[in-house]
Ligand binder design. Sequence first.
Ligand SMILES: NC(=O)c1ccc[n+]([C@@H]2O[C@H](COP(=O)([O-])OP(=O)(O)OC[C@H]3O[C@@H](n4cnc5c(N)ncnc54)[C@H](O)[C@@H]3O)[C@@H](O)[C@H]2O)c1
Length: 303
Amino acid sequence: MKILVTGGAGFIGSNLVDRLVRDQYGHVSVFDDFSRGRLENLSQTGKAIRIVYGNILDFERLRAEMVGTEVVFHFAALSNVLDCVNNPAAAIRTNVEGTRQVLEAARQTGVRRVVLASSREVYGEAANLPVLESSPLNPKNIYGASKVAAEKVCAEYAACGLELTILRLSNVYGTRDRGRVIPLFIERALRAEPITIYGKNKLLDLVWIENLLDVLTRAVQLPCPTRPMNIGCGKGTRLVELAARVCALTDQTSSIHIAEEREPEVEHFVAEVTAARRHFSLHCPDDPLEYLPYVVEDFRTRM
Ligand SMILES: NC(=O)c1ccc[n+]([C@@H]2O[C@H](COP(=O)([O-])OP(=O)(O)OC[C@H]3O[C@@H](n4cnc5c(N)ncnc54)[C@H](O)[C@@H]3O)[C@@H](O)[C@H]2O)c1
């Protein structure tokens, strides 16, 4: 089987590539413009995979690379909320038009299935927790809006017969992530620098990368869910608790500063994950931060 991973040099994509190669899913290609992805993320699998430096907005290139592909994981995106807020045109171009081009190339080349990484940001600030998949889509920022639009484009292509699995990911954590809350906290703590928390009550649903990878690999064969599905841990973690755990694991006593919440960011989110537990056998550990020591250790060895 040939599998193509857009955004495959990024955090989630490169971890998925490792898993697909390790478990011998077939021939794996990465399609990435390396705007945020890194070649070193693919160093474990380098020779076993095909690496294409390409932009998903370059339709002919994308289409040519998709010939003979059975499954596409579509992860290429402007993936950071604040980057999208600072450059809304780029967010719409990459996340919406880019997704349309991926789907059109998939349709034209006879790809069987596309798996889209959507986001919990589609819900915005939900009225009730945990957030059900049937909750209103009310994004708080342009990143969430771009994911809502990408989902709508998917619905159009699903109606044309393309198999589509849409996963609304909570905050994923693991090695190779950078510029997001957990790597930032760890970097600050390891340097014994102060940690700033934006919003004293901020609550996140943190999902361990390996638990997500189990779902993604099952998504190659299992029937596509009929509607988008939440992927999270189903439990909330307060940022203050996260910061305290990071400090304890790094043996540092970094001071923790509470700052005003940042307007485009969602304050409270916990996913309802019953559907994913049933369909994908999603594993939800009692402690969402069970694997935090592993990530801290990885940072420690590289800093
Ligand atoms: N990490 C999370 O917690 C999280 C949560 C919800 C949803 N998601 C979604 O999952 C997907 C993967 O996220 P990630 O954390 O691995 O992000 P990431 O930024 O690490 O990876 C995205 C990759 O896409 C590439 N890319 C960006 N624009 C491109 C373009 N025009 N053409 C080709 N490649 C391009 C980047 O170089 C990067 O390698 C994204 O769609 C993101 O929106 C991630």
